[in-house]
Structures are given as structure tokens and as C-alpha cells.
Design a protein around this ligand. Structure first.
Ligand code: COS
Length: 384
């Protein structure tokens, strides 16, 4: 935990400089090649970005949620693909170990995650279990000192690069319901794992997803997260509570970047004899975007602080993710509008962001799932 503001501000300015000098200049390369250059990945590791949230005892920076959010407000200003590799590893890919893992599991995996030697992926979604995560069907059957896993996971970010998966699978005799779901750490090199072909996506080139197929894959019993069956769904939900605040921070950061670019363009672009920034209809789009980014940023910081205080943030995480991701979509739309024809062609990168940010309203829980979580929590609290 970085408790002194000087060390934190050095870390944040290091990330800001890395984003400005290394990530943003490489955005086009990533978009064209669909790969993050190896030297950039190496620099991400050397800068310690994979260890931001891992406890110091295991080699990380041990940032609080608020500090993590501040870091993401910097990192998120570059193309989301860069964040995806880091954020999935330090977030949903490994948080299950951090939140509910045994000491042995933490000692075995966290140090290598902190250095970036191990990339992590979160294997929850299946072909027939997306928003309805409880209906997942991948099964892990106990056989001596191993579990034998069979099933297919879908849209798994980082699958091809992953050294480990946090896998959610059904155990025991419970055929349905959350109580029959357990979480496992699965090493990617385990025999019986095959990857589907890389998904062709609308955006976020450089961030890869694909199916992960488990065929009689044998996982040591020691890799059952927390050593207890039936706790996996709760682990996944806690992981997602945190992940949703993280994604909301990224939405704020990307929206800020798009607005800065739109403002710069509006000041340069002349029409009817003056910069278009001087027209009130353009100003309305700039002002609405500024206000909404400020609102989302305030929500994200508040949700992060509440989590740091140990409060249940299921509602606040969903509120922040819902508002920030929808806001980001509106800002992207306005940015394209301000750029006009130039926003629709690829030259300025704004159309790339427009496609990239569409995913924010879908993954780690769609906007509709966030609405459902918020309303259910409200009703539950009122009835209690
Ligand atoms: N923290 C801890 N536990 C939680 C929790 C949270 N935030 N949310 C739910 N749980 C627990 C519940 O308390 C319940 O436990 P009990 O049975 O002991 O009471 C259990 O988990 C099941 O929860 P619930 O009954 O609410 O499950 P539902 O199937 O009704 O709904 C939703 C769960 C829809 C909220 C969940 O499936 C979800 O978030 N879906 C979206 C999945 C997602 O985000 N996918 C993205 C893929 S990862 S990129």
C-alpha cells in the first residue's frame, strides 16, 4: 500500500509518461498488427504494472482500490488493448486467488503474476452461460487428488497469452445453482486444454479473446481456490465487484482522452470563418461530455473509497460501471460528431476508439445486468 502521497504521485506520473511516450505512439501499430509489440510488453513488466494491486509480501505495490483507480485513470488514456493485458491479469484473472486463495496458492502464484511472468485470464463465460453466469455447465469431477474438468469457456480475454486461468466450474452433486460452483487455478500448460481460433472483434485489436476447451483436463485438488467447494460463484461475484470499478475508471480515462482530442480539433477546425469550438452547438457537446466525465469520475472514486473502507460495494460498483460505460459511449459518439467526416475515417483514431469503447457496455456485466444488480439490491435492502 502506497500511503505517502509523494510515492503515489511519482508512480502516477511514471504511468502517465509511459502512456504518453510509449503507449499512445504505438496505438496505430497495435491496431494494424493486432499485437502489442513485445518491447512494450517487456516495458510494462519492467515498470511493475502487473504488480500494482498484488500485496507487497508477494512482490507487488499493494495499491488500495482508490490508488488503483487513480493509476487506471492514467493507463486508460491509451488504447484499451494495453489495459486489457495488464488489467485482466491483475484484475479478474487473479483476484480470486487474492481474495479467497489459500496462503499456499498465494505464495505459489502471486509473485509470478506481480512480475508479469504469468499472465492471467478469467474463465467464467460459456456458450450458454453469459449474463446468466449461474447456469454454467463446465464440470470438475473429483478423482483422487485431482479434479477432471470438461467444458467450454467462451470469449476468454488473454487466453492465448495466459499462464493461468481462474476457472469457474460445477462440482459435487448440485446440478444447478450457485452453491454447486467452485473456482480453480488452472495452469495453461495442463494437458487437455485447447484454444479455439482468435475471435474477430468489432474493436480492441491487440486484445485477444477465444474459446478455451477443457477435455479431461486434470487439475490438482490443491488448486481449488480456498480449498473449499461451492464458494466459487461468490468468489466470482466479488472479483467482478472490484473489476467493475476498475472498468469504470478506464471508461472515465478513455472518455477524457476522446474529449481532449475533440476539443483540440474543435479549436483547429475552421468553418464559417471561425473555429468550430466557438459554435454553441459544438460547445454543448463539449460541455455535456465534460460534466458527465466529472460525474463518472466522482462515482468511481467514491466506490473505490467505500471498498477500501471494507463496505459492500455491489451496488456502487454496478452504478459506476453502468454510468461510466454508457457515458463513455455517449462521449465517443459526440467526439465522432465533432470530428465530422474526419471522425468517420480512420486518420484521427477517433473511429477506432468509438469501436473500442463499445465493449465497455458489455463485458464484466452488461448495462442491463448492472441495472438488475442495482435494483435487486435496492429492493432487498428495503425489504430487510
Ligand atoms: N458478492 C458476494 N456474493 C454475491 C454477490 C456479490 N457481489 N452477488 C451475488 N452473490 C451471492 C449471492 O448472495 C448468492 O449466494 P446465496 O445463494 O448464498 O445467497 C449467490 O451469489 C448467487 O447470487 P444470485 O442469487 O444473485 O444469482 P443470480 O443468478 O440470481 O444472479 C447475477 C447473479 C445475474 C448478478 C450474476 O450472474 C452476474 O453478475 N451475471 C453477469 C456475469 C458477468 O458479469 N459476466 C461477465 C463475464 S466476466 S468478463
Amino acid at each position: 500500500m502506497i500511503q505517502d502521497s509523494e510515492t503515489l504521485s511519482i508512480l502516477l506520473s511514471t504511468i502517465a509518461r509511459f502512456v504518453r511516450e510509449r503507449l499512445i505512439p504505438n496505438e496505430e501499430v497495435v491496431a494494424e498488427t493486432d499485437e502489442i509489440p513485445a518491447d512494450i510488453v517487456h516495458e510494462m513488466k519492467a515498470t511493475g504494472l502487473f504488480g500494482l494491486t498484488i500485496p507487497q509480501a508477494y512482490g507487488g505495490f499493494e495499491l488500495t482500490m482508490e490508488e488503483e483507480v487513480l493509476a487506471m485513470l492514467e493507463l486508460g488514456r491509451a488504447s484499451p488493448a494495453f489495459r486489457s493485458l495488464i488489467g485482466t491479469t491483475l484484475g479478474i484473472g487473479s483476484q480470486g486467488i487474492l481474495l479467497d486463495g489459500t496462503e499456499e496458492q498465494k505464495r505459489k502464484y502471486l509473485p509470478r503474476l506481480a512480475t508479469g511472468e504469468l499472465i492471467a485470464a478469467f474463465a467464467l463465460t460459456e456458450p450458454d452461460a453469459g449474463s446468466d453466469a449461474v447456469s454454467l455447465r463446465t464440470r470438475a469431477v473429483c478423482d483422487g487428488d485431482h479434479y477432471v474438468v470438461n467444458g467450454t469457456k467462451r470469449f476468454i480475454t488473454n487466453a492465448a497469452q495466459a499462464g493461468i486461468f481462474t476457472l469457474l466450474a460445477r462440482t459435487g452433486s448440485e446440478p444447478k445453482g450457485a452453491a454447486g460452483i467452485s473456482a480453480f487455478i488452472v495452469e495453461a500448460a495442463t494437458p487437455g486444454i485447447t484454444l479455439g481460433k482468435r475471435d474477430r472483434k468489432m474493436g480492441q485489436r491487440g486484445a485477444h479473446t477465444c474459446d478455451v476447451i477443457f477435455n479431461n483436463c486434470r487439475i490438482p485438488v490443491a488448486n481449488l481456490i480456498g480449498g473449499v467447494e461451492g464458494q466459487g460463484f461468490k468468489t466470482a461475484m466479488k472479483v467482478l465487484d472490484k473489476g467493475r470499478i476498475h472498468i469504470a475508471a478506464i471508461c472515465v480515462a478513455v472518455a477524457g482522452r476522446m474529449l481532449d482530442e475533440a476539443l483540440r480539433y474543435a479549436l483547429e477546425r475552421q468553418q464559417f470563418g471561425k473555429p468550430i469550438a466557438e459554435f454553441q452547438l459544438i460547445q454543448a457537446m463539449l460541455a455535456d461530455s465534460k460534466a458527465e466525465i466529472y460525474a463518472a469520475r466522482s462515482m468511481v472514486i467514491d466506490a473505490a473509497r467505500r471498498r477500501d473502507e471494507g463496505l459492500d460495494v455491489s451496488t456502487e460498483a454496478s452504478c459506476a460501471k453502468l454510468f461510466a460505460s454508457e457515458m463513455c459511449g455517449r462521449v465517443a459518439d459526440r467526439a465522432v460528431q465533432i470530428f465530422g467526416g474526419s471522425g468517420y475515417v480512420s486518420d484521427h483514431g477517433i473511429e477506432r476508439f468509438y469501436r473500442d469503447v463499445r465493449l465497455f457496455r458489455i463485458y464484466e456485466g452488461t448495462s442491463q445486468i448492472q441495472q438488475l444488480v442495482i435494483a435487486r439490491n435496492m429492493i432487498r435492502a428495503e425489504r430487510a
